[in-house]
Ligand binder design. Sequence first.
Ligand SMILES: [Zn+2]
Length: 616
Amino acid sequence: MEDMARLAVIEQSVRDVDKFNKILYELLQYISHILENPHDNELRTIKSEILKDVLNCDAFKEYLKYVGFKPEGTEVIYPKEQTLNNLRMAQASIERKLCFCYGAVNRQKRVKFSQKKTSLKPTKILTTNNSLLLKIERLFNDVLAYEDEDLQEYAREKIPIVTLQLLALERVRENQKLIKTGELKGLDLPFDIALLMELMSWFKYKFFKWVDQPPCEGCGGQTSFSNILTVTTDKETCRMEVYNCVACPVGAKFVRYNDPRTLLRTRRGRCGEWANCFALICRALGYDTRLIYDTTDHVWCEIFDYDSNTWLHADPCEAKLNAPLLYSHGWGKKLCYVIAVSRDDVQDVTWRYTNDHKAVLSRRKECSEQELLSCILTLREHRQRQVSEPRRRHLAKRTLQELVTLMVEKKPTDYESHGRISGSKQWRSDRGELGPQSPGHSFEFTDPGLCALHYHAATDCYRVLRDGDELRTLPSWAAGVYDHKNIFRKVEHDWKKVYLAREEGEAVGHVSWRVCAGPGLLLSRLRARVATQLYSTGTLTWTLQYDDLPPVPADFDNDDIQRGVTLDRTCRSLILRVELTGGEGDVAWQHAQLCRQPLDGAPPALQISAIVIPRT
Ligand SMILES: [Zn+2]
């Protein structure tokens, strides 16, 4: 059990909400004093009467012990030899817990933490014309917006924190179980990280929406990009993309807001908006958060993990945690500069996201390496002059440790160093990604004629047709499958492709579709056509099941099924099933793709057709 869970246990045994908050508040003050003055031994002894009173509560005593406090005579102290990291974690958790309590129970009574967060001032010291360096300085200033306490409060109101905490606890327990049974090797999943996973999952699947081309505001139809204008709101000046409707004169506008408060309201955008809003949300929950800027046009976040003492890559668009080589390996990006900015630090983290340092260096032409380094040092020094001495020392130590890890060229294999990472099952099942488990969906053709089932991966929609006329549609791939396991619909915004693949980390996945004839009818001249794409050793294995007979292997290869195959028998029902296996490395799951098509449409990715005839 980690910090938040232990605090919940104390909360339960204290029972009185006000009293519990008072205890937390005292403890927080006390921890903050130690952290700010780690050399002052006086401050290490618990003197608060409120805290002393509660020392007879077992849960509280256990918690103090867990954090690293020790009884000494009649006193309780935080020993000098004890690491301060534990205290930092405790501080973060208590802060978070307090925010939730006050947020939920009594907003008026919300305490402004007296440890007075010094407000950091933006820097404006670079004297260069270099656009990369100026951009870094601007971003370094932009992230200060997340430190606004009212804004953080507003962000917390949007987060279903109780639900997320419960899901995170479940995740921690599941992980512990797997370790116990030997199915998973490694360390316990820290609660903070489990919560972060749930937060990402929620953010991606429930909260924020991706926008490529907004639908027409008049008729809801498709639009095409027209031009970009500049608009000024009461908060900022930003770009506005204008889209024309293909069918009516209305069209659509898409404003690219930068203000994170606005994004909490609009809840949509591309990776810039996603990372911007997610970084705020993480800060609001007390995570030490960086915004990561990649000059080849992507933005994401990093979260500091106090357990492993490392920065974790966190990409909200992908709901992906700790997969830093994703971009250069999974997406084939040629990264040049990847820069991290947080409220009190700036760092060149390119080396975490690449593993061919020589090749990367040869692509870096925006400025000299010396200029970049000196820019980073200047900005960092200026900002860190404003933080407390202990914090500064902590940051210096952290930087050193990070530099060591950045120098190592890693192999792209540590996809899941913190257990299962993909989105929470709950969120996915909510949006239909897990589909009906049993019995599965069947498409029934109830009238004679040329009948067809089409699936369009781009719009994630099925269409049922007879003699060319659309009879009905069914949204979501999962809603129309007969059965599936470990399958999800992958959208690659960068490559503008969409397909079905097995879930990351799963060795095997399968999916099947069932079509059948209505009463008194038969399916004849059955044809199946599926757009597929295989890489490396990725494999698709097809089987067919006619009526109630046992399934038989279908001997069509990948090209056959792409062009379409005709099945040579009549039947009342057919189940077309495919198993996805093989592939290599971290992205093995991507090496067998099904129903692949461009995001902007094109012919159906899956077609099953039959001539439906009366049974004679
Ligand atoms: Zn329109």
